[in-house]
Design a protein around this ligand. Structure first.
Ligand SMILES: [Zn+2]
Length: 254
């Protein structure tokens, strides 16, 4: 079985089930269904960030952009059926991990097929974070005192500089699942920056509907991907990405 045949299965499953899946998740944010195909059979815990990415360090935590509360990657999971989790998404991850091991980005470029698969993989992370944001209630808003009424609202309603309406959040969720069923990522290639890195540690940050940065120190490579923004030239994307990375790690972005 090749990766492309696996992805045909994944896209078909998403196309057939996407409306049902997002309807159920919107009606009940913590519904116990597979977040990809909606199945209630053989549910497993799908890690939002796969364990191999952060070297299985179970104590490693990240902060959500809105909640400012640390949580461990290890415990951040969503329900997915065995077929979607291990067979389809798992196959994509194993395939990419193999490519990351095989290719030294300081000397060689990824093939276009691999670049498109990296985009798909980063899109699956975005979708998972959107579902996660809906499932997590907001406990504390931007350092303010706990407000019981707001505490019951999902984090997703407080994305970005402007608070987001429920309708917008649900539209974003539907489109985040929809893009996973789009085969060609050709028109998105300029929005993916491949960065050669010599850092020794895993780094990650993500802004919903906006961008993701993920550094795989083990493989000497980092990815910065703009989910929405488009660029005529790769160099413009790369410049924007580096500015955001520098701002993030210089501590001015609080
Ligand atoms: Zn499934």
């Amino acid at each position: 079985m090749t990766i492309q045949l696996k992805l045909v299965q994944l896209r078909k499953k998403i196309r057939v089930n996407k409306k049902k899946v997002t309807d159920v998740i919107i009606a009940d944010h913590s519904a116990e269904i597979c977040i990809i195909c909606g199945s209630q059979e053989q549910l497993t815990k799908e890690h939002v960030i796969p364990q191999w990415v952060y070297n299985r360090n179970t104590k490693r935590t990240f902060k959500t952009t809105t909640n400012r509360i640390s949580q461990t990657y290890n415990k951040t999971t969503l329900p997915a059926c065995k077929d979607c989790n291990s067979n389809l998404l798992g196959y994509l991850e194993r395939h990419l991990k193999h490519e990351f091991e095989r290719i030294d980005v300081s000397h060689q470029d990824f093939s276009q097929e691999t670049l498109e698969l990296i985009i798909l993989w980063l899109e699956t992370l975005e979708y998972k974070f959107q579902v996660l944001d809906l499932r997590r209630n907001l406990n504390k808003v931007k350092g303010a005192e706990y407000i019981p009424f707001i505490g019951k609202m999902p984090i997703a309603m407080f994305q970005g500089p402007m608070d987001t309406s429920p309708a917008k959040v649900f539209t974003n969720l539907r489109s985040a699942l929809q893009v996973l069923s789009v085969k060609s990522k050709m028109d998105r290639l300029n929005s993916l920056c491949i960065i050669h890195t010599t850092n020794k540690d895993f780094h990650f940050f993500h802004s919903t509907n906006n961008f993701i940065f993920i550094e795989l120190a083990e493989f000497g490579v980092a990815f910065f991907y703009f989910y929405k923004q488009r660029f005529d030239e790769y160099s413009a994307a790369s410049e924007s990405a580096m500015k955001i990375v520098q701002k993030h790690y210089s501590g001015t972005d609080t």
